[in-house]
Design a protein around this ligand. Structure first.
Ligand code: DON
Length: 557
């Protein structure tokens, strides 16, 4: 493929850490985003000479306005960055408040109290998004911070046109709150949204203006911090001035492992996703019959069964060994050790389901999040997944600040053996402690080939994120799919519990479904995830956004 060597001199980009200087190799740029507003803004930042991180920061704030199900300033996330100089994982995950404690969701008898970690102020962790974007900008930004915030301020102030899928989500959520008699203030702020009509958020616009003008301090200190803390006091919440002032986004080393001629860059703990996808890919490679006649057919009964068996082992490890590495010694090396994974794969029966009880951790004996992928013309890439946990988070809007609070505390293990909203189990490694990050499944991932970005991917979907991500990788690398095919091809998910249940998209062949049922699987047909993926073949990009959502992918010539 022809690569143009150009003499690129950018006056604006001189201070950027990312390579945007003379003799950089220019290629196509591309974005795969969860809605059209974020796609258009990201594309416009790239065409003004901004780099992938600039575009990501602007998009993140736009999504806080136009995608209230998951876009946020009241939540957190992970940003994986690849540049020609370094790889970086900006961890802006929420943390438990200082007053949080292990048993905060248990009653007198030690039972988990329904919904307490999912709705209302007590379900919120200390938000990390603004600090995360601020850190990303400090390290990699090339355009002024204010210019990156401006599009979001304008969309909040002047309004945006509500997509029918957003209106549908709002009305579903309002019904749900009513049916379950959940008392939160969501309806007061978002109840008026109507498909096709302009929706304005002046209060959110003021909060975004403070972030625009004062940077990170415009959220964690001063007026916004006072508003949050006063609201917490009023409502019996825990987040204090000290929590906000002490919050820090951190840079971590991404997990980086070779696999099938690629270098996989992916998410380290407190994400469980990077370890999980590498375990999955590694065991798949060991167990899948090699190419040729014996090769597995995509989404066949054999393929679904094999990956489900691997999934059981991956999720057994996740439950026991994974948590915030600043609080718990996560055995990353051991979990990814070649010999360990060989042994682990050794007892998979390609023809029969293993008994769930036999699958123990191996070592020592509605829903919404949102993801986007960006590649700039210099070949830098960002994979960013961000969340307030469940759709519309805690259902609580900070009234004078106009943003929705996350319900990320549910990602902790409230009690060993009791599943969270995603059916995930956990124990000591993921118990609640003050200032600890809750375990996540978010898995922004980048594959490199010969040091160039080959693929950028990620998805929402709680624990199903991991399946969406590794299947999107296999779809491209093993089955040669285009970006559109890879994101829209039916996926499936198995996570050990519930026992022998495979959740799957519509579109699996009926003979394969029948055969899986005959093997003993129960099939649960429910969509999950929203993959946004970019493939790079020698400088030529192919970007795809899943049709099920309201995403938009663009390649800029
Ligand atoms: O961090 C996590 O794993 C979850 N809080 C993500 C939630 C999510 O993806 C919800 N979306 N569908």
């Amino acid at each position: 493929m022809y690569k143009r060597i150009i003499t690129f001199v950018s006056l604006i980009c001189i201070s950027a850490t990312i390579s945007t200087t003379a003799f950089a190799v220019e290629q196509q740029a591309g974005v795969a985003m969860p809605d059209s507003y974020s796609a258009d803004v990201a594309a416009s930042i790239l065409s003004k000479g901004g780099n992938a991180v600039d575009a990501a920061i602007a998009a993140q704030f736009v999504l806080a306005v136009t995608l209230p199900e998951a876009g946020n300033i009241g939540g957190g996330g992970f940003m994986l960055v690849h540049t020609d100089k370094q790889d970086d994982f900006i961890d802006y995950r929420e943390v438990a408040p200082l007053k949080g404690h292990r048993d905060m969701y248990l009653d007198d008898k030690g039972n988990v109290i329904d919904n307490k970690s999912v709705f209302g102020v007590l379900s919120a962790g200390v938000p990390g998004t603004v600090a995360g974007m601020w850190l990303a900008h400090k390290k990699y930004g090339s355009l002024p911070w204010k210019s990156l915030l401006e599009p979001a301020v304008v969309l909040a102030e002047k309004g945006f046109v509500v997509h029918p899928k957003l209106a549908k989500n709002v009305s579903w959520y309002l019904d749900y709150l009513q049916k379950k008699d959940i008392k939160v203030n969501f309806a007061e702020f978002f109840g008026a949204m109507k498909a096709g009509e302009v929706f304005k958020q002046p209060v959110l616009a003021s909060s975004l203006q403070r972030i625009r003008d004062e940077g990170s301090d415009g959220f964690y200190k001063g007026k916004t911090a006072d508003i949050i803390v006063n609201f917490m006091k009023q409502q019996g919440g825990l987040i204090s001035h000290q929590d906000l002032a002490q919050y820090q986004a951190v840079s971590r080393k991404p997990i980086s492992q070779p696999w099938q001629g690629y270098q996989v860059l992916t998410s380290p703990p407190p994400s469980s996703g990077g370890i999980a996808i590498l375990q999955w890919l590694n065991m798949y490679q060991q167990l899948a019959p090699s190419k040729g006649e014996a090769a597995l057919v995509h989404n066949s009964k054999e393929y679904v069964h094999l990956l489900s068996e691997i999934g059981k082992r991956v999720f057994a490890d996740r439950a026991d060994y994974l948590g915030d590495p600043d609080f718990y010694p996560v055995p990353v090396k051991q979990l990814l050790d070649e010999n360990y994974l060989k042994k682990r794969a050794g007892d998979v029966d390609l023809l029969a389901i293993s008994t769930t009880e036999q699958v123990k951790p191996g070592l020592y004996e509605s829903e919404d999040t949102t993801h986007f992928s960006i590649v700039d013309k210099w070949g830098n890439a960002v994979a960013n997944t961000t969340t307030i946990n469940l759709t519309f988070g805690s259902g609580v809007v900070v009234p004078e600040a106009g943003f929705i609070l996350n319900d990320e505390m549910d990602d902790f293990s409230a009690k060993p053996g009791v599943a969270n909203a995603f059916g995930a189990l956990g124990g000591k490694a993921n118990e609640i402690q003050p200032r600890k990050r809750m375990l996540s499944s978010m898995t922004p991932t980048i594959l490199l080939k010969d040091k160039q970005v080959a693929l950028v991917t990620g998805s929402p979907g709680g624990t199903t994120i991991i399946s969406s991500v590794y299947q999107s990788i296999l779809n491209v690398t093993e089955f040669g799919m285009s970006a559109d095919e890879a994101v829209n091809s039916p996926r499936f998910h198995h996570q050990l519990y519930p026992e022998n249940v495979i959740r799957h998209h519509s579109g699996l062949k009926s003979e394969d479904k029948k055969a899986l049922q005959q093997m003993g699987y129960t099939l649960d047909n429910r969509h999950f995830g929203d993959v946004h993926l970019i493939i790079n073949e020698n400088g030529k990009l192919d970007a795809g956004s899943e049709a099920h959502g309201r995403g938009k992918a663009l390649v800029l010539r």
